[in-house]
Design a protein around this ligand. Structure first.
Ligand code: C2E
Ligand code: CA
Ligand code: CA
Length: 651
């Protein structure tokens, strides 16, 4: 049934297929109407000339009725059709019903003209060619649905046949048509029908192909601007649209603001409830955003980060409201919303820069309990510029030797001598002066450049060792701080082996510190990397023990040689009674786990005495020395202020 309907052209067609047919017919109508216009003008000129030459102008009204009226009718139809189809294709009109009417009317007039002229010719004993010509003309140019074509053209043939069949044939003098004429007419009708069907099917399959292509294109267009997880727009769309908005003169910049949103603690939510639930939360939050910021540009930036371009009026209130709403979604994890806002400058055109600044403002209030909104201001701009400076100049800083290693001694509590050094990075910048790690480590981690710095520190430490060994100077094992990203961004273990071999540094002279917070989730790649480090002969220290939530899990899941007890424990010393009990127990724990204990942040002799008394193996802190350049450390040793543990002094 379906097949039959489709064969007749009666199946339901999609809008795009219908539009394709319509547009094709409109294009064809232009050629058709031009041919008709030229032809009819020429016919009228020719007719007039014949009348004048044969001196028949006196009988003009007779010829007018017989010929001119037909020419004028067809000419008018041609002109109207021409004007309409040109206007349609130029997009000046979209009145489809009018177009359809004109198309049918024009076709009927063409066919009528064919029939009329052919009957005239037939009456004169001539051929019936005009009818056939007009049939071919209409059929070739326009695409008819088979059933419609069948009805119209068959009617034309039948009507024509009936008309000439009742006329007296001039050549035979008999009424009706000859068998030859009948056969010719029938053959023509069959050909016409076949042509209609094949033309229709060809165009239909082309239209369907175009439709599929268009569907594919629109799908591609859609997925390229939609975030697949949340279904809201992605950053590609955001950047393009924001750029348009920023470049529009009508945009009220003073009222425009970029917002960067971050769901704080989302990671814990994911860990507690699983990725599926995390995804659902992001979806719900995205919907909330779209609802609350209707009419604004809302996109997912990445992970649990979203960006918006909206009006400043009332946006802080909306954020506060959202902040409340997110608490209904949080379950047992304390989620909170952080929002950074940035108002673009008058000349600003780059949405990426604006998002970066809004993000910077957002990061500024991270971990600030109770603060959910931060407007970017001049002081942030200064810090932002410094950040840009760091990201853009890390390579040249390494090349130019601006990255320096400062050493802080680690003391053996048993003899009060230096038994180790911690290598801590400093950036001596010509523009910003001496930068502490707090000013660049996190930024380099954020921009995934931290491995460059750490490799530079490894190389300098190894070089310092070799120089000291060559000079027969004392040298003690050095601990290096590694970022967890080092293991992702490069083969840091391979690099360490290579460089220590190059400078002939014994492997027990290099220790690796990994901070507790880097180890929150059990990551097999970290475990593998740490095993590689151990296998290569390096010791691994757990840095900042007790600073995070998962300290004890970390001890269970990973293998460490030294535990560095975070300095926050000592900060309560003498104020909080519990501090000493806790420290005592942690030190006891390290003994049970066969780890060496080291407490950092030792600032007073009392703290040191206490640590020694509870059996903490090592201590580090300002009491002995701040981190200093190697030359300064040497001076302290030479002056007798610090002593090196005897086992490290060359004989
Ligand atoms: P960290 O590894 O916990 O380093 C100890 C930090 O505490 C150092 O700060 C040190 O100067 C400071 N400190 C030492 N003793 C005391 C004390 O008695 N009292 C107080 N208040 N502070 C003390 P610094 O050098 O600013 O380093 C900060 C952090 O930057 C380091 O924390 C470490 O996580 C990171 N870092 C430093 N150098 C590097 C590096 O080369 N690579 C990587 N990835 N991170 C580094
Ligand atoms: Ca450290
Ligand atoms: Ca530490």
């Amino acid at each position: 049934m379906q097949k039959l309907l489709s064969y007749l052209g009666l199946e339901k067609q999609s809008k795009s297929v219908r539009d394709h047919f319509y547009a094709t017919n409109m294009r064809a109508s232009i050629y058709m109407s031009i041919v008709v216009i030229v032809l009819e003008i020429w016919m009228m000129i020719r007719m007039t000339r014949t009348l004048i030459v044969n001196d028949l102008m006196g009988n003009f009204s007779h010829y007018f009725e017989k010929y001119y009226i037909n020419y004028i009718l067809l000419l008018t139809a041609g002109i109207v059709m021409f004007i309409f189809s040109v206007r349609f294709l130029r997009g000046k009109t979209d009145k489809k019903a009018v177009g359809l009417f004109l198309l049918y009317a024009f076709s009927f007039i063409c066919l009528y003209f064919g029939i009329k002229v052919s009957i005239n010719d037939y009456a004169k004993g001539e051929q019936i060619l005009t009818f056939l010509t007009m049939e071919i003309f209409v059929v070739c140019l326009l695409i008819w649905k088979p059933i419609v074509g069948f009805l119209i053209h068959s009617s034309a043939y039948i009507y024509f046949y009936i008309r000439i069949n009742s006329m007296v044939a001039v050549n035979t003098g008999e009424v009706g048509t000859t068998v030859a004429t009948q056969i010719n007419l029938f053959t023509m009708w069959i050909s016409t029908m076949m042509f209609i069907i094949s033309n229709y099917n060809k165009t239909l399959s082309q239209a369907q192909k175009d439709e599929n292509l268009e569907k594919m294109n629109s799908y591609l267009r859609r997925i390229s601007v939609i975030d697949d997880l949340t279904g809201i727009h992605n950053m590609l769309y955001f950047r393009t649209e924001a750029e348009k908005i920023l470049s529009m003169v009508t945009t009220d910049r003073r009222n425009t603001v970029f917002l960067f949103l971050d769901i704080e603690n989302f990671k814990s939510y994911n860990e507690k409830y699983g990725f599926q639930a995390g995804n659902e939360l992001l979806k719900t939050f995205a919907e909330l955003l779209e609802k609350n910021f209707e009419g604004s540009l809302v996109s997912r930036f990445s992970d649990d980060h979203f960006v918006l371009l909206t009006t400043i009026e009332g946006c802080q209130e909306t954020i506060n409201r959202l902040s409340d709403e997110i608490r209904h979604l949080q379950g047992e994890v304390q989620l909170s919303l952080k929002c950074g806002a940035y108002r673009p400058e008058d000349s600003e055109r780059d949405p990426s820069q604006a998002c970066d600044r809004a993000r910077f403002a957002c990061n500024n209030i991270k971990k600030h309990f109770g603060k959910s909104f931060c407007m970017y201001d001049a002081s942030l701009e200064q810090r932002f510029q410094q950040k840009q400076h760091i990201v853009n100049n890390i390579d040249s800083a390494i090349e130019n030797g601006y990255i320096k290693v400062y050493y802080q001694p680690v003391m053996n509590t048993a003899n009060g001598c230096i038994c180790g050094l911690e290598a801590l990075a400093r950036w001596e910048d010509p523009e910003y002066g001496l930068l502490p790690p707090g000013a660049f480590i996190e930024i380099l981690e954020e921009y995934r450049q931290i491995h460059k710095l750490d490799r530079c520190i490894i190389e300098q430490v190894c070089r310092d060792y070799r120089a000291a060994a060559d000079e027969h100077e004392p040298f003690v094992p050095v601990s290096l701080n590694f970022s967890r990203l080092d293991f992702e961004l490069c083969d840091i273990v391979g690099f360490l082996c290579e460089v220590s071999d190059k400078y002939r540094v014994p492997r027990n002279y290099l220790d690796i510190e990994i901070t507790e917070s880097a180890l929150t989730d059990q990551q097999s790649f970290l475990q593998t990397a740490m095993k590689k480090l151990h296998d290569a002969g390096f010791k691994i220290w757990l840095d900042d023990f007790g600073s995070g939530y998962s300290s004890l899990n970390v001890l269970k899941d990973y293998q460490f040689d030294v535990m560095k007890i975070d300095m926050k424990f000592l900060s309560g010393f003498g104020v909080n009674d519990k501090t000493s009990t806790i420290l005592q127990n942690i030190v006891g724990l390290t003994k049970q786990l066969s780890m060496v204990s080291l407490t950092e942040g030792v600032e007073s002799p009392e703290q040191f005495d206490f640590l020694r008394d509870i059996g903490c193996d090592r201590a580090q802190g300002y009491l002995f020395s701040k981190p200093v350049p190697l030359s300064e450390l040497r001076e302290k040793i030479d002056s007798g202020e610090l002593r090196v543990s005897p086992e490290f002094v060359p004989a």
